[in-house]
Design a binder for this molecule. Structure first.
Ligand code: GCW
Length: 675
């Protein structure tokens, strides 16, 4: 609006930006991250203030902003800048002097500093600051589950930006934009293809294509990695067709060394590999009676001379287990498979662990594997793509869910052991570690398929930089940068987003029973019946009288015994288990009374009505923003929130009806009709 523009004009005059002349970008080469930082500062300042600055690459006394690495600064100005000690990818931002200093420990850090400064300015923050910012962990990656045919597994934002018809795309404009998006939130690595991988990615044509992708990511400091098919050597694509993929076989070892060498000749700064082995039909070392560590080390050793890392997924489980066995439990799988292997992995291996023991559910306890690997580096795996969480057709702001795991204290050896301090390497003193989020952006203009879902990607980057950051404050920064500084817009998007995950949990699955979605095919919409009798082990054990998985040591699957003692004792005992996980750990009567005073079944009824009621308010709250944001995003979001409101009623009625029929227990509020 005009009044906003005028206020802004006054502020600009006060900050003195009108007098600015020049950006000095101490870049070492064209298309380096510092070169990009200079260009981004120029573009950002022009679009925020309408002020066009020139860029110089050498020291200048009339510099308004200097961006570069600490060491380039020292050689350009003949003196070391006074910055605190910076870590890899960290930066120093100083706006107190005659010129603004943005100095990175490396080039990537300088680019992050430039984005941080632009983010301040774009939010109208002209305060004088001088501080260093360092990332929580070295590995801040995203994963894409893109198939070579251009489809994306569990992707809801259109086709792949990387692949089409079995090949890497020729035009990489969209890839450059993704690189920019990722760098602006501090992400430094991307795995471009599905973990259910296809070895034809290793063909000479596609390796050349990976070179094009890396060329697009490099100016933004994002390293490219790929997911591998363990059986590739037997698939006859490159370097001959071997009869085995045994990780200890000499032919297999040199096959992977050759592949890796070829990749590094094309992409000298290649990041590394991601491997899903022996999981959901994928081949792996267990075929040849080798251990998962043998399998991981095969790739780690091939990568080592080139400086690459191997992300090895802990998502290994038997997907044909039998529910008639009371003690069978998929939740036990990760610790069963990995706990005996601690210390057996090469030092460039990182075990990538999903946040919970099952699979990205609306609520899960923390994976106990985080407490087991003390001599192995670990990373947490999150999903930005909302696979079980409404597939971007529902607004679900995820950081509060992620925080239940990252802020969880596992009390290993009776010492404070927050998951976020384990994955960053601090708790067990590991050199590597961090996080990976499955993002699955696509060609859709909105990237993820929904405007509001982008807050999840933004927040992932912010949290990967600093896990102690506040989800609500992050959301508000995103809202100011994405939509508007208008307080009504910020308040509304905050209200919607902060209540969205609790609402979704309420109208889908409560008390730790899991999401109650269709798990046979779509992972979308209610299907509580699909949660039993399947081989995947995503079970509720619901019958006419009882519900829940008994995961106690005393009488159940023994899963609670996988936690360190204090946590084990809390979950083993129903009186100390929090209500929100009671059905995860215990098998109880529907009439069991919760700490809240409600019975389990009445909680199901009440929560489903409350959740759907909240979702109805999303529509009316959003309608209050008409005219305050552009019509296109207003209308598209209104459409999605209207769908969500309707679908939440479908959910409510399906779930309450299902358990009402099964249990025969009436709703004390009389909302459910007897059939
Ligand atoms: O959640 C499940 C998904 C699969 C996925 C698998 C995994 C890529 O339904 O689509 O496969 O997890 O994480 O490997």
């Amino acid at each position: 609006s005009l009044s906003f523009f005028l206020t802004f004009g006054v502020v600009v005059a006060e900050t003195g930006i009108n007098a600015w002349l020049r950006i000095v970008a101490l870049n070492t080469s064209a298309n380096s991250p510092v070169d990009t930082a200079g260009a981004e500062l120029q573009k950002g300042i022009s679009s925020i203030f309408g002020k066009n600055l020139t860029i110089a690459s050498h020291s200048s006394s009339s510099a308004s902003i200097v961006v570069g690495t600490v060491s380039e600064y020292a050689s350009a100005y003949g003196q070391s800048p006074k910055t605190p000690q910076l870590e890899n990818d960290g930066f120093w931002l100083n706006t107190t002097g005659p010129s603004v200093q943005i100095l990175g420990q490396n080039e990537r850090g300088a680019l992050y500093g430039a984005f941080e400064y632009l983010s301040m300015l774009a939010q109208g923050n002209f305060s004088k600051v001088a501080y260093a910012s360092n990332p929580a962990a070295p590995v801040r990656w995203v994963n894409q589950w893109d198939n070579l045919d251009g489809s994306i597994e569990r992707g809801y934002g259109g086709k792949s930006i990387f692949f089409t018809n079995g090949l890497v795309v020729n035009t990489t404009d969209r890839v450059s934009q993704y690189a920019r998006l990722l760098a602006s939130i501090g992400i430094n690595g991307v795995v471009v293809n599905n973990v259910n991988a296809n070895s034809s990615l290793l063909s000479p044509t596609n390796v050349a294509g990976l070179g094009r992708l890396a060329d697009a990511f490099r100016p933004y400091g994002v390293q490219v990695g790929i997911a591998l098919d363990f059986a590739s050597p037997t698939e006859g694509l490159v370097y001959g067709n071997l009869s085995t993929y045994d990780p200890l076989d000499a032919g297999v070892i040199s096959w992977w060394q050759n592949v890796t060498g070829t990749l590094y000749r094309t992409v000298p700064d290649f990041g590394g590999y991601l491997v899903k082995a022996d999981s959901e039909g994928q081949p792996g070392p267990l075929t040849d009676n080798r251990t998962l560590a043998d399998g991981a080390n095969l790739f780690a050793n091939a990568l080592k001379p080139h400086g690459g890392i191997l992300m090895f997924r802990a998502f290994v489980y038997n997907d044909m287990i039998n529910e008639t066995d009371w003690k069978a439990d998929r939740a036990n799988a990760a610790v069963d498979f990995f706990s005996g292997l601690d210390g057996k992995f090469a030092d460039n291996v990182i075990i990538q662990i999903k946040y919970g023991p099952i699979d990205f559910q609306v609520r899960e306890p923390t994976s106990p594997l985080f407490a087991y690997l003390q001599n192995t580096s670990t990373a947490i795996e999150l999903e930005v793509t909302q696979e079980y969480l409404g597939q971007q057709c529902h607004l679900v702001y995820l950081p509060p869910l992620w925080k239940t795991v990252l802020d969880f204290d596992l009390r290993k050896n009776h010492q404070p052991s927050l998951v976020r301090n384990i994955i960053t390497g601090k708790r067990f003193n590991r050199p590597l570690g961090g996080s990976a989020a499955v993002v699955n952006v696509g060609l859709n203009d909105t990237w993820l398929g929904s405007h509001l879902s982008m807050s999840n990607l933004y927040a992932y980057g912010r949290l990967a930089w600093n896990w102690a950051d506040d989800p609500q404050a992050i959301l508000q920064d995103w809202t100011r940068l994405t939509f508007s500084p208008d307080p009504t817009v910020i308040q509304t998007i905050t209200n919607l987003s902060m209540s969205s995950w609790p609402a979704y949990e309420n109208y889908t699955g409560n008390l730790g029973i899991q999401t109650l979605t269709d798990i046979l095919y779509t992972h979308f919409g209610p299907n509580p019946a699909s949660q039993d009798g399947n081989g995947w082990g995503q079970w509720t054990r619901a019958d006419g009288k009882t519900i829940g998985m008994d995961r106690t040591v005393s009488n159940g699957t023994g899963f609670s015994g996988q936690y360190p003692q204090e946590i084990m004792e809390m979950y083993e005992n129903i009186t100390t288990t929090p209500d929100n996980l009671v059905l995860w750990f215990h098998h109880v009567n529907y009439t069991h009374q919760l700490h809240s005073g409600e019975t389990v079944i009445q909680h199901f009824y009440n929560a489903h009505y409350a959740g759907a009621d909240t979702a109805q308010t999303f529509v009316t709250q959003w309608e209050g923003l008409q005219g305050k944001i552009d019509a296109e995003r207003y209308n598209e979001t209104l459409f999605r929130l209207t769908f969500q409101a309707g679908h939440s009623i479908v959910w409510r009625d399906a779930i309450t009806g299902f358990y009402h029929n099964l249990s025969g227990v009436s709703d004390t509020q009389g909302r459910l009709k007897n059939h």
